[in-house]
Design a binder for this molecule. Structure first.
Ligand code: FES
Length: 315
């Protein structure tokens, strides 16, 4: 028995210490927190994503360093040759030291396989989630023709090509109301017909007049005046909007999208579309909660907005 051994001279021999086990560590949890912060940050905010990436790298490094500490530890110095204690101790010294403990190998293998599976599962989903934010979605300006085609305080249905080279497939529709001047600046309400639920084409609630084709630098623009528009209706699932595009009924999650515009050489020119949370007020006095253009069905305000890219205010 080892605990009964004595050195020559009566000095007792210490029993062999328990084998070293890695101590519990918080690094894996901190690493997982960094990954979670990075993923959430990619959706919500680039600053959060950067913090997550830093945490991920730091705690990943600390975790790996701790997990491999057994491997990197220098071999123990041989005991002095002049201190043979017993036959048992001599036999232990002669054993070949274990260069790569099996427990460390298993731990690293498990981590590697787990990381591989996690990457295979996560990366494609991450790509589909993040890539659209980097895909170019530029819009051509569209010349809709002279301001005289847009009578004051009346909606017109305007159909046009959003890109010059697209045929009838690229036709878009906007509901345009000339609000007159505000502080000597022309004011227009330009509402997209794309429903904010699933994208069906909405219709104005009012009596349509006679269609007129206007040829301009952006191709043919079709203009249909509509009398007394009280709002807009979606035929697909019953979505309804008021005459500022605010949702009033049905499943849409926000107001109808709008278009930026400018007046150039007496013509109304359509700019980029943008999404709208809600509109407060009416016509030229309306205050528009504007966001970067979002897909149908996406929330742009309320708690749900944090599951989508951050808002960009358009003055
Ligand atoms: S697409 Fe308009 S209500 Fe569903």
């Amino acid at each position: 028995m080892a605990d009964e051994l004595e050195r020559p001279g009566g000095e007792p021999v210490e029993p062999e210490a328990e084998p070293h086990l890695p101590s519990p560590t918080i690094w894996p949890f901190a690493f997982a927190g960094g990954v979670a912060l990075l993923l959430v940050g990619l959706i919500i905010n680039w600053i959060l994503a950067a913090i997550g990436a830093v945490l991920l790298l730091v705690f990943g490094f600390l975790w790996i360093r701790e997990a491999t500490s057994e491997v990197r530890r220098p071999p123990a110095a041989a005991p002095p040759a002049a201190a043979p204690v017993s036959e048992l101790a001599v036999a232990e010294e002669e054993e070949e030291p274990e260069r790569y403990p099996r427990s460390v190998f298993l731990e690293m293998s498990t981590l590697g396989v787990g990381a591989l599976i996690g990457g295979i599962v996560t990366l494609p989903a991450l790509g589909f989630m993040v890539a659209p934010a980097f895909v170019g979605q530029e819009h051509d300006e569209v010349d809709l023709g002279p301001l005289a085609n847009f009578p004051k305080d009346q909606f017109v249905i305007t159909t046009f090509n959003s890109k010059k080279d697209e045929g009838s497939v690229g036709r878009r529709t906007a509901f345009i109301r000339n609000n007159g001047l505000k502080n000597d600046v022309p004011s227009f309400t330009i509402i997209s017909n794309r429903c904010a639920h699933l994208g069906c084409p909405t219709q104005p609630q009012g009596l349509p007049g006679k269609a007129k084709d206007v040829k301009g630098s952006s191709g043919t623009v079709t203009i249909i005046p509509v009398a007394s528009v009280s709002g807009f209706q979606c035929p697909c699932h019953g979505g309804a909007y008021d005459d500022e595009g605010n949702r009033t009924a049905g499943p849409p999650v926000r107001a109808l999208d709008r278009y930026e515009f400018l007046v150039r050489e007496g013509n109304l020119v359509l700019g980029k579309p943008y999404s709208v949370g809600k509109v407060i007020g009416k016509s030229a006095d309306a205050k528009i909660e504007a966001y970067r253009v979002a897909d149908p069905g996406q929330h742009v305000d309320g708690p749900e907005q944090y599951f989508y890219p951050p808002k960009v205010w358009i003055p």
